[in-house]
Write a protein that binds this ligand. Sequence first.
Ligand SMILES: NS(=O)(=O)c1ccc(C(=O)NCc2cccc(O)c2)cc1
Ligand SMILES: [Zn+2]
Length: 261
Amino acid sequence: GFHDISLYFFLGPDQWHKNYPIAKGRHQSPIEINNKEVHYDRSLLPWFASYDPGAAKTILNNGKTCRIVFDDSFDRSVLRGGPLPGVYRLRQLHFHWGSSDDHGSEHVVNGVRYAGELHLLHWNPKYSNYLDAVRRTDGIAVLAIFLQVGKTPKPEMKRILEEINAIKTKGKEAPFPNFDPSILFPKSHDYWTYHGSFTTPPCEECITWIILREPIIVSSDQMAKLRSLSKNAENEPDLPLVDNWRPTQPRYFRMVSASFL
Ligand SMILES: NS(=O)(=O)c1ccc(C(=O)NCc2cccc(O)c2)cc1
Ligand SMILES: [Zn+2]
C-alpha cells in the first residue's frame, strides 16, 4: 500500500499530498533561508549534543537514504539547548544528496544549494515513543548540516563512506558500533531555526529545525561514493540512489530566527 514508503519517491513530491494532505500544509520543509528575511534572536541559547558512542548500532540503505540508527531506549545520546525546551533523544542520522556536486541539499541558503545535507533526528522523550512524538509540534528536533565539496575533506566522514560498500542495495544493513556523530560537527555552532516538517512522507509538521550555518567539507569522491548506493534491492535492475531531496516549500508566515548577527 501507499504506506510502503518506497512508493512515495516514485510519486514525485508534488503528488505526495494525495496520500498525505499535510504535504500542502503551512509548515512544510525544506525552505529557502534568505538573510533579508531572517530575524536575529539574541535570546536563543547555544545548543549542546551529548552523544554516547556506544549508542550507535547499525548503518543501512532503506532505498531512500543511507541511515545510521542509535539506541534511543533511554536518554543516552541527547541534544539540548538552542530553541529546545528540554532534552531530545538521538534516534538516527541520514543524508540527502544530488546527482552531481552542484545540488543535493534540501534547505537553500541565499540561493545556494549545497552538494548534500546531513540530518540528525532527535525526539522529545516527554512523549511515550517516536510515533507519538511525530504527532506533536514539539515532538522532533533535526540538526541539519550542509555538505560542501572542497579540497580538504573532513576525515571523520571516511568511516561512514567506507561502510557504503556493505550496504549497496535497499534493505542491506551492517553493524556500525562506537560512533559519536558529533565528530562530524563544524567548528561554529551558529544556527538558524524554524518550525517545519518531515521532508518526506508522512510530512508531519512536528520538527524544530536547527540548521548550522557552517557546512562541513567533503570531497567530490566522497559524494560519488554516496551516489554509488542503489535504491533497488540486490536482485533487481540497478537504479542509482541520487536526488533524494525535496524541493523548497512556501515559508508562508513563518519566522526564521538566527542565533548569530
Ligand atoms: N528528512 S527528515 O529529517 O525530515 C525525515 C526524518 C525521518 C523521517 C521518518 O522517520 N520517516 C518515517 C516515518 C516517520 C513518522 C511516522 C511514520 O509512520 C514513518 C522522515 C523524514
Ligand atoms: Zn532528512
